[in-house]
Design a binder for this molecule. Structure first.
Ligand code: ASP
Length: 289
């Protein structure tokens, strides 16, 4: 029997507006189907998570990539990270400006430099060197400025974790950051071990109020509990999320381990997500089950 593959993707955790989320659900189902096909065809988890996150970035359906809204200076500064579990290689960009796929820039950091993270001008320069696709008309390309959100830290992000046929795990996360953020603000998503993590046993991607996920070291905590305490991804992710909540934050965590066991807990009103379970089933949801 072929080794199981599994994948979880998220389109951000947070409040749910009083509207239908059918477009996002349809899109996430298509992406889950695509992820399942790629994984069954033997495509490495690292390439699959990048592919899925890129598709979410360009869709404008989520607060990442094209769907990002500007910071208080009217500029779009985007964060992203990608990590390969088996090799522990990782790449991340923070406050990247002017490129269609921040996750592609994160991959370029991993593949083209000896570093893990580049920020600001350095990230832009590398993206240029890697000949990544540019955003030439940001005012038209990105989402319009979001209405001021009354919550302290309003959120939106996309992410994907996957287990491939060779048993390799990978994680990718990309975000426009929090709405109306201060220029230069960097969230948890590009910080390896906070918003994004993958090792030999588990891959994790977080979404929510990044400041709290950083202070809870959420992704790394969940992974360490799988690794050292032999917890299931579900137990480990719930533990990490409890600490986020104790500190006053909300959001969600997706995870998959080397056995194909998945987790998708959240403590916010909703989290857009889709799962390819190890038995091949696909589930899609935005609210609690
Ligand atoms: N965690 C992201 C950030 O703080 C936002 C989100 O996930 O919605 O930048």
């Amino acid at each position: 029997m072929a080794a199981p593959v599994a994948l979880v993707l998220h389109g951000g955790a947070g409040v749910l507006a009083d509207r239908s989320y059918e477009a996002e659900k349809r899109h996430m189902r298509l992406l889950a189907e695509r992820g399942r096909t790629l994984l069954n065809d033997g495509v490495p988890a690292l390439d699959v998570v990048q592919d899925i996150v890129r598709a979410m970035e360009v869709s404008a359906l989520y607060v990442a990539g094209r769907g990002s809204s500007p910071n208080t200076d009217g500029r779009w500064e985007l964060d992203a990270a990608i990590m390969d579990g088996r090799t522990r290689r990782a790449g991340a960009v923070a406050a990247l400006e002017g490129y269609v796929s921040p996750i592609g820039a994160a991959r370029a950091v991993m593949d083209m430099t000896p570093h893990v993270m580049l920020a600001g001008e350095g990230a832009n320069t590398l993206a240029r060197r890697a000949r990544l696709e540019r955003v030439t008309d940001p005012e038209r390309y990105y989402a319009p400025a979001a209405a001021p959100d009354t919550r302290g830290i309003a959120t939106g992000t996309v992410g994907c974790v996957a287990l491939d046929r060779e048993g390799r795990l990978a994680a990718a996360t990309s975000t426009g950051g929090t709405l109306n953020k201060t220029p230069g603000r960097v969230g948890d998503c590009p910080l390896i071990g906070s918003g994004t993590w993958a090792d030999e046993m588990v891959a994790v991607s977080c979404t929510g109020q990044g400041e709290y996920f950083i202070r809870a070291l959420a992704g790394g905590t969940a992974a360490a509990r799988v690794r050292y305490l032999d917890e299931t991804p579900e137990e480990a992710a719930r533990y990490a999320l409890k600490d986020v909540k104790r500190l006053g934050g909300e959001g969600g965590i997706i995870a998959v381990d080397h056995k194909g066991r998945i987790a998708e807990p959240f403590n916010s009103p909703g989290m857009k997500r889709a799962v390819v379970h190890a038995d091949g089933r696909i589930t899609v949801a935005v609210k609690s089950p």
